[in-house]
Design a protein around this ligand. Structure first.
Ligand SMILES: C[S@@+](CC[C@H](N)C(=O)[O-])C[C@H]1O[C@@H](n2cnc3c(N)ncnc32)[C@H](O)[C@@H]1O
Length: 273
């Protein structure tokens, strides 16, 4: 897939996008923790969380590793890191630190028991090169695990055409920005090409009713991607009508009493030989 906007974060770096990330993180909190535990995170580990955003994955990791472990979150955006630090300060955990840095030139000395990253490989121009480099920071027997979405599987059951159309807009916008909306299903392949043997995979999917955070997530993702949609001729502000999109989706879901399945969260992981 051609990268039409190399190196940039396709969802934008606005405070609305930071709000959306926080909302998305609460929806996936328990699923993320389950997948991190399944991948082998344990009490006492020293964990690096790459592309930590507003810090929710770091908080999940801190809950798992407990007071005898430590978590370092790294992100290149100072705005999200400020929120990450506030979130950590408001939490009961004292074993989390955050640093600003780009994963392309991470200068992290010392070795970690685990490297984790959620919704980061989809945004990188060279995911394989990055996983290879990050693997070098993990001790033998440690864990490398990444989580990403399969966005095209987002749906309402029974079908709600407005949900289907909104998901199609989101997927098309991500492709327009050079990103794979179904990065989740490529994770194991990426780990294998990065030199990791026998990667394993698990999937977790939050759901919600007609008036739930699941509906909000779809509407707010469309909002963050509107500039890309307009640039790529995918839809217009008039057609998407973002100020009413959530309410219209919610009404349509209520009419058929739909359950909304948000993007599948896929985890792939491997232990270092
Ligand atoms: C979709 S957010 C995910 C945040 C967090 N991992 C989560 O799941 O809530 C992606 C994050 O990766 C960061 N990011 C993207 N490319 C990066 C890079 N090359 N180096 C460091 N951070 C990067 C962005 O700033 C953003 O905060």
């Amino acid at each position: 897939m051609a990268d039409k906007d190399p190196g940039s974060y396709v969802m934008g770096n606005t405070s609305e996008e930071a709000d959306r990330l926080g909302m998305q993180a609460s929806l996936y909190d328990r699923h993320t923790e389950y997948l991190l535990r399944t991948a082998g995170l344990k009490e006492g580990m020293h964990v690096l969380d790459v592309g930590c955003g507003t810090g929710e994955v770091s908080l999940c990791a801190a809950r798992i590793v407990g007071p005898s472990g430590r978590v370092l979150g790294v992100d290149r955006e100072p705005g999200v890191l400020a929120r990450a630090r506030d979130n950590a300060a408001a939490s009961p955990f004292e074993n989390i630190a955050f640093e600003q840095g780009d994963l392309a030139d991470l200068d992290t000395s010392g070795s970690f028991d685990a490297v984790v990253g959620r919704l980061i490989l989809i945004h990188l121009d060279d995911p394989i090169g990055t996983v290879k480099a990050l693997t070098g920071l993990v001790r033998r027997g440690g864990v490398v695990t990444f989580q990403d979405f399969n966005i095209s599987r987002t749906r309402a059951v029974p079908d709600v055409p407005l949900v289907t159309r909104s998901v199609e807009w989101i997927c098309a916008a991500l492709r327009e920005g050079g990103r794979d909306p179904d990065m989740g299903e490529r994770l194991a392949h990426v780990l294998r090409l990065s030199g990791l043997s026998d990667p394993r995979v698990a999937v977790a999917v939050p759901t919600g009713g007609p008036d739930s955070a699941a509906v909000t997530l779809i509407a707010e993702s469309a909002r963050s991607l509107l500039p890309v949609m307009e640039r790529g001729g995918i839809t217009t502000a008039e057609e998407a009508d973002l100020d009413t999109l959530r309410a219209r989706m919610s009404r349509a879901c209520t009419e058929v009493q739909a359950t909304v399945y948000v993007p599948e969260l896929v985890a792939a992981w491997a232990e270092l030989d």
